[in-house]
Ligand binder design. Structure first.
Ligand code: HEC
Ligand code: HEC
Length: 282
């Protein structure tokens, strides 16, 4: 009797250990004890393949998850602090800072959730990085930042951080619709020697292990993300590039029209999740 009881306690402890090392899919994310992040919710109506959408946070191990629960533990916040200084530093031939026109970074709350979005004057869909570069080139007389380079990602992370907790709400109709449709086509197109699409992994196989990785839905509500793997901020397009390369297909470059369209589509698959960036991932 006693031996049997001990045995089941040992088994329970083992099971707990395994559970703690793997992602706890029922954990809830609250940042700094106050910003509630929706990491799981009903899929938006335009997605017929899935009923529930989940942030990549839910698929990470508990140590990685915890790094995002307090800004002091989130390594991305160092870049955000840097960007805060750049925000109010005048540059370029116009000697203007972002702050001169936009006020405090907090005044930009609500901008990130709707990007990428259609820009009427330019007649194109713009990512946040494209819009920031437009301000630099055409309003500040400064050099554009290289796409997904450290400066651009730090500023994008700052503007994301002030919108944390707000629902992603990317428009999929109106003048941007054809770009969104192009992105959707890219998402479902099977490519490369392995004949895989984004959906093969992130829609049909999320929750499964792939090599040593717990496969998520490939959501981008947490971008830019700080990755423990390369210890820096990573942009959406660079992440896409890495995933496409893994299928042994020709890939596009960060900032290309194809990746802009794909970002718009993938962002809209997260409509209803909270803006979470800068997130921590492995
Ligand atoms: C001289 C004024 C000026 C400066 C300096 C400036 N911007 Fe802008 N910015 C604007 C205007 C005007 C718009 C609206 C443009 C439009 O909608 O086409 C804008 C739009 C934006 C948007 C999109 C807002 C939205 O609601 O979609 C972002 C993001 C942005 N700027 C970031 C920055 C950053 C980052 C900097 C500094 C690197 C900066 N801006 C510097 C004038 C400025
Ligand atoms: C062979 C499987 C595979 C394919 C195909 C694939 N990915 Fe991934 N992707 C992964 C793995 C593994 C990871 C890391 C674990 C995770 O976050 O899911 C990942 C991570 C991501 C992430 C980061 C998610 C986060 O929360 O930080 C995004 C975004 C992403 N993929 C988008 C895409 C897109 C878009 C495509 C199609 C162009 C694609 N992936 C194709 C395997 C794949």
């Amino acid at each position: 009797m006693k031996a049997k009881l001990l045995q089941s306690i040992a088994a329970a402890a083992l099971a707990f250990g395994a559970g703690a090392a793997l992602a706890d899919e029922d954990a809830e994310l609250v940042i700094n004890g106050e910003i509630e992040i929706v990491t799981k919710t009903d899929a938006p109506a335009h997605m017929d393949g899935m009923s529930t959408i989940m942030s990549g946070w839910r698929f990470r191990d508990s140590t990685t998850q915890m790094m995002e629960m307090d800004d002091f533990d989130n390594p991305a916040m160092l870049a955000v602090e840097d960007a805060r200084e750049k925000w109010s530093t005048p540059v370029g031939s116009e000697d203007k800072s972002c702050a001169d026109c936009h006020g405090e970074p907090e005044d930009m709350a609500g901008v990130k959730p709707v990007y990428p979005k259609w820009n009427e004057d330019a007649g194109e869909v713009r990512t946040m990085q494209m819009q920031m570069n437009d301000c630099r080139e055409n309003r500040m007389g400064a050099e554009p930042w290289k796409y997904d380079a450290a400066d651009a990602l730090a500023m994008e992370a700052l503007l994301s951080s002030v919108s944390r907790g707000m629902p992603v709400d990317v428009a999929i109709d109106g003048p941007g619709q054809s770009t969104w449709e192009q992105g959707k086509e890219l998402y479902y197109a099977r490519t490369g020697q392995l004949d895989l699409s984004c959906a093969s992994c992130h829609e049909e196989n999320y929750g499964n292990m792939i090599r040593a990785d717990h496969l998520s839905q490939g959501q981008i509500n947490g971008f830019p993300t700080y990755r423990l793997k390369n210890t820096k901020l990573n942009g959406v397009h660079s992440r896409f590039k890495g995933c496409v390369r893994d299928t042994r297909a020709e890939t596009y470059s960060p900032g290309s029209p194809e990746f802009v369209a794909l970002e718009m589509y993938v962002a809209s698959r997260g409509n209803g999740l909270s803006v979470e960036g800068p997130a921590v991932r492995n």
